[in-house]
Design a protein around this ligand. Structure first.
Ligand code: 13P
Length: 329
């Protein structure tokens, strides 16, 4: 059944459901698996995704963002993952950027790769059942970064990406992530997040992007991971909303936050506070990876013997996130 872009946006941002980002690259899987001694093989990545998607997810997840490898894989029962998700009323998304490259020879600033082949790849992904996509750009906070050059390069990339995806009939999730790396406080994070989003929305507007057909995936505003500043979920919510309510257009399709390495329960509680405190009608939900998957991984540890318990831990986390994304009107 064909579903149009506005319907996709509405489904992805509906009350009580959100998006699972299960699109870790092979190298990010290595980081997630190695603390548990799980070997980072294609089969183990397949078993990991089989474990997650085989849980009772329909009530909590409207969509899952896959890595290209997973889109081409079958679950352990021999069914395409995309078909399994379709059968569970979960939309299939795909990460379409292809990693990061250092800008001006410094690791402090990186731009993302993959634009040259995007158009062709979109046709392929769509034919395999994907209805929405994600592209991530990153910004590191330091005394000298992010530079205005990086803001401009990344905004341009995200706008070009959004234009391509919309013309392919899919929904783009636009992800400008201000990283938590560093010892900056929440005030600095708020200033940088504001500049990043302002630059992005100016560029999207220049490109004539129809805001109602896109979803923004921003970071929540929080102190750096090396900061000694302790903040509550309410402070994260208030700082995040202050930025978003100043920068976002009224007709934006919706917002789906990344968790960014914030403690999982704090990220979920912050989303709950955001939804309790926001004054705009914009839908705000989750598009978490770590905040949802960490408990599963910690219990599963690569062993089928632990699967049932790991799935039940995952469902508990999904249930909390779902409540945080519930709009009471
Ligand atoms: P985290 O929630 O772990 O930050 O991941 C979200 C994501 O998709 C990052 O690109």
């Amino acid at each position: 059944m064909d579903i149009n872009q506005i319907e996709i946006v509405h489904r992805l941002t509906e009350s009580s459901r959100g998006i699972l980002a299960a699109d870790e690259s092979v190298s990010t899987c290595e980081k997630r698996f190695s603390p548990f001694g799980i070997e980072n093989t294609e089969e183990n990545r397949r078993a990991y995704r089989d474990g997650l998607f085989g849980a009772n997810i329909s009530k909590y997840l409207s969509g899952i963002i896959l890595h290209e490898e997973t889109l081409n894989q079958e679950n352990l029962a021999g069914r395409k993952f995309s078909e399994e998700l379709g059968g569970k009323n979960v939309l299939v998304g795909i990460k379409v950027d292809q990693g990061l490259e250092n800008m001006n020879g410094s690791q402090l600033e990186q731009y993302s790769l993959g634009m040259e082949t995007l158009k062709l790849r979109l046709e392929d992904y769509k034919s395999k059942g994907a209805t929405f996509t994600k592209w991530r750009t990153v910004y590191r906070i330091s005394d000298s970064t992010p530079s205005s050059e990086l803001l401009s390069v990344n905004s341009n990339t995200l706008a070009e990406y959004a234009r391509e995806v919309l013309s392919a009939g899919m929904v783009p999730i636009v992800e400008p992530e201000v990283l938590m790396d560093g010892d900056h406080g929440i005030k600095k994070d708020r200033e940088v997040t504001y500049l990043v989003l302002k630059s992005l929305f100016q560029k999207l507007s220049e490109f004539g992007i129809d805001f109602s057909k896109i979803i923004l995936k921003p970071n929540m505003v929080a102190p750096g991971s090396g900061s000694t500043e302790k903040v509550s979920a309410i402070e994260i919510a208030d700082n995040t909303l202050a930025v978003l309510q100043e920068v976002l257009p009224d007709n934006l399709g919706g917002v789906a936050f990344l968790s960014g390495g914030i403690d999982p329960d704090l990220a979920i509680e912050s989303l709950r506070q955001i939804n309790l405190r926001k004054t705009s009608h914009l839908r705000m939900t989750f598009s978490f990876a770590r905040a949802l998957q960490a408990s599963f991984l910690n219990t599963w540890r690569g062993s089928a013997d632990n699967l049932e318990k790991a799935r039940s831990d995952f469902e508990i986390q999904l249930g909390k996130a779902s409540l945080a994304a519930t709009i009471y009107t």
